[in-house]
Write a protein that binds this ligand. Structure first.
Ligand SMILES: NC(=O)c1ccc[n+]([C@@H]2O[C@H](COP(=O)([O-])OP(=O)(O)OC[C@H]3O[C@@H](n4cnc5c(N)ncnc54)[C@H](O)[C@@H]3O)[C@@H](O)[C@H]2O)c1
Length: 331
């Protein structure tokens, strides 16, 4: 009896062992069937979130502001960069003063001073033909395209009840159609090569409403919808699509007294019409967790470098906020 019990126990142990061995064998076989995927972020390597050597980038709205900072910081990390900007008048529905050809040339100078190649193109994102021509020139001269930053936009401050048609239509056309044109003109090459990065610049105003700037807010919501749809379409080809959402940044888009008046108007009904910069800074700073009223363009560009790098391989369809802490007040 005792001998039979012993035999049963050892048989059960043998069967359990065999079962476990089979399970381990099956798991190993299943793992072996997962292909080594070049799209992953790969092993830990110091600096892999910034290294862009050998890559080629295209940045719209790069004559100044956030676009310039992104273009220059991408170049500073090793990529050749083509820059594209209207460098002139856009629409009556743009509150910012127009950018200039000299500003576009200055961005090119900064990129070349870093030892990188640069093509500067004066063009309009509302005209897809100009973007397709830019694509062909970039791929013709630099041989490839890896990173596209759709950054160009305008902003209009006008209440809905007082809007002219252009206050709505021009902002939607410029920001939504222009961003979609940029994606459409460049996606073919990246899908064909099986890799690439689209970085679309939206805004925190693409997550919540903005009294007095509804066409801008609507356009920035739409860019997030475009980004998510493109991420769904392009993912299987190894192309990622993400948005950067800046908080308030000190650029020509925001640096003028009427805009500062809107900033103060966020907390009081009757803001001064022409507040000073210092008055505005003092009003907003206590409301921002990191205690800055606004960020600098160079605070936004490191996020673009990360999203352009191999380290972001598994980021797609997502919003990346750089806000000085304003994000804490948002879901
Ligand atoms: N400054 C901010 O507080 C802030 C906040 C959130 C998001 N953003 C976004 O960041 C991006 C850059 O803004 P910025 O603050 O640097 O503004 P900016 O006005 O300094 O720069 C925008 C650039 O885009 C160019 N541009 C506009 N329409 C164009 C067109 N049709 N074709 C070609 N170029 C065109 C302009 O000429 C200009 O050089 C925009 O998408 C903006 O909406 C800015």
């Amino acid at each position: 009896m005792a001998e039979r019990d012993n035999k049963d126990t050892s048989r059960r142990a043998m069967l359990a062992g065999a079962g476990m061995a089979t399970a381990i064998g099956m798991a190993a076989a299943a793992r072996a069937q997962v292909p080594a995927d070049p799209r992953t972020a790969g092993p830990i390597v110091a600096g892999r979130d910034t290294q862009l050597g050998g890559k080629v980038a295209f940045v719209t709205g790069a004559a100044r502001g956030i676009g310039r900072a992104i273009a220059v910081e991408i170049a500073a990390n090793g990529a050749d960069v083509a820059i594209f900007d209207i460098a002139g008048y856009v629409s009556p529905a743009s509150n910012a003063k127009p950018a200039t050809p000299e500003e576009l040339a200055e961005t090119a100078r900064q990129i070349k001073a870093l030892g990188r190649r640069c093509i500067a193109i004066k063009g309009d994102i509302r005209r897809i033909g100009e973007l397709r021509a830019a694509h062909d020139r970039v791929v013709g001269e630099f041989g490839r395209i890896d990173i596209v930053v759709a950054n160009a936009a305008i902003q209009r401050w006008r209440d809905l009840a007082e809007m002219q048609d252009s206050d709505w239509n021009d902002v939607i056309d410029n920001n939504v159609n222009g961003t979609a044109n940029t994606v459409r003109a460049f996606c073919g090459s990246m899908l064909a090569q099986g890799s690439g990065r689209f970085i679309l610049v939206s805004s925190m105003q693409g997550k919540h409403g903005t009294a007095g700037a509804s066409s801008y807010s609507a356009s920035k919501h739409a860019i997030i919808g475009l980004m998510k749809s493109a991420a769904e379409e392009f993912g299987k080809k190894g192309v990622t699509v993400n948005c950067i959402l800046p908080g308030l940044v000190d650029t020509a888009l925001t640096r003028y007294p009427a805009r500062w008046s809107h900033v103060i108007g966020e907390t009081q009904d009757d803001p001064p019409k022409n507040p000073t910069e210092a008055e505005t800074w003092n009003n907003r700073t206590p409301r921002v967790p990191l205690r800055v009223a606004w960020l600098r363009a160079e605070d936004i560009s490191p996020m673009a470098v990360f999203l352009a790098s191999d380290a972001s391989a598994m980021c797609s369809g997502a919003n990346f906020e750089v806000t000085g802490g304003d994000s804490a007040q948002d879901v």
